[in-house]
Write a protein that binds this ligand. Structure first.
Ligand SMILES: C[S@@+](CC[C@H](N)C(=O)[O-])C[C@H]1O[C@@H](n2cnc3c(N)ncnc32)[C@H](O)[C@@H]1O
Length: 340
């Protein structure tokens, strides 16, 4: 079995991921800015925009407050040593494990026959326990690569529509989990944080900030609770149909305080340019899909920092299928900061 590096950072299902728009966003940024050497992806999600920025700029700052996103950034880009042969042999051995021979475990008891078929859930739980038990034989980077590889591989077989708010309520087709390794690098130019964006911007500077917060009431920490749990691995009691842990990392941007949070962020950016992604779901019929910040508010707030232009790209996006897609656009605002 060839487990050579085939999983790139964009090969992941994530709500609001800009993979399909990244090239267009970078083109607009390149044509509307000058003298950019450092780029900050302050709500990085999958970090696909950072991935593009790494190819262009001297310094890239990546931030998101989710534990699972953070370990993924460290695994793909963080500085550190990986003994490739050791890790690939280790994954190879994990792939050989026959789940029917395994006992029940935390992961299978909670998620089996829900997000994964029962046997696969046993194998996932066993692999996660094994990595934790063997932690002392790995460098920090190797550990991050293993956990992130597990996330990327189980994402492909999860019985979901791409998030863990719910699972598909049909009989689950059994899968054989064979892991591949993620395509890791060790880069000096990348700085990684797991902080609240509004706090972090008060302490850092970059030539451009790319800003792509959540715009509706759907919390990412609830969508991706299963990965958060898998990364933290402190095995809390879970509840509800979707087997979620207690709330953590609930975003202000998903609340009625969103516009205030956005204004606070924008006013505190230490930068030359701001690029803001926005999709105009404001008038959506489903209340959880409806935007918490209006187009006018975005424009008004950004204009306080400098001359602001808006660019448009048509795009289909996640909204529970309740709204007519025709008049939905993906927008990009570029603000050139006023010199004092
Ligand atoms: C729309 S997604 C970003 C998608 C990203 N541009 C991509 O292409 O994958 C918004 C992200 O912001 C993060 N987030 C929400 N509130 C945050 C906060 N206050 N501080 C830091 N990250 C936050 C979420 O975890 C989520 O990953």
């Amino acid at each position: 079995m060839d487990i050579s590096q085939t999983l790139s950072i964009g090969k992941r299902r994530y709500i609001g991921c800009k993979a399909k728009l990244a090239e267009w966003i970078m083109q607009v940024i390149e044509s509307e800015t000058n003298n950019i050497r450092s780029f900050c992806d302050i709500f990085a999600g999958t970090a696909i925009m950072s991935d593009f920025a790494i190819g262009k700029y001297d310094r890239v700052i990546i931030n998101d407050f989710l534990y699972s996103n953070n370990i993924i950034y460290k695994a793909f880009y963080g500085k550190g040593e990986v003994d490739r042969k050791k890790i690939s042999d280790y994954i190879e051995a994990l792939n050989q494990i026959e789940p029917t021979q395994l006992d029940d475990n935390y992961f299978s008891v909670n998620y089996g026959d829900k997000f994964f078929d029962y046997q696969t859930a046993k194998k996932i739980g066993y692999i996660r326990d094994r990595i934790e038990d063997d932690k002392n034989i790995f460098t920090e980077k190797e550990y991050d690569v293993l956990i992130s590889s597990l996330i990327y591989n189980i994402d492909k077989i999860a019985n979901t529509l791409g998030h863990y708010e719910a699972y598909i309520k049909k009989e689950i087709k059994p899968h054989v989990l064979t892991m591949k390794m993620i395509n890791y690098q060790s880069l000096d130019k990348v700085e990684i944080y797991r902080e609240d964006a509004n706090k972090l911007v008060r302490t850092i500077a970059a030539d451009i900030f790319y800003v792509d917060p959540p715009y509706n009431s759907r919390q990412y920490s609830r969508f991706y609770h299963l990965y958060e749990n898998l990364v933290k691995w402190d095995k809390p009691i879970l509840s509800g149909l979707a087997m979620k842990p207690a709330e953590e990392n609930m975003s202000e941007y998903c609340s009625s305080r969103a516009a205030k949070a956005f204004e606070d962020l924008v006013m505190n950016l230490n930068t030359k340019f701001i690029a803001v992604s926005y999709n105009n779901t404001y008038h959506s019929k489903s209340s959880s899909s409806r935007n918490k910040i209006s187009l006018e508010q975005i424009n008004e707030i950004l204009s306080k920092r400098g001359h602001t232009k808006m660019f448009e790209h048509s795009h289909q996006f996640f909204n529970a299928g309740k709204t007519d897609f025709n008049n939905h656009k993906e927008l990009l605002f570029i603000t050139k900061i006023n010199e004092k």
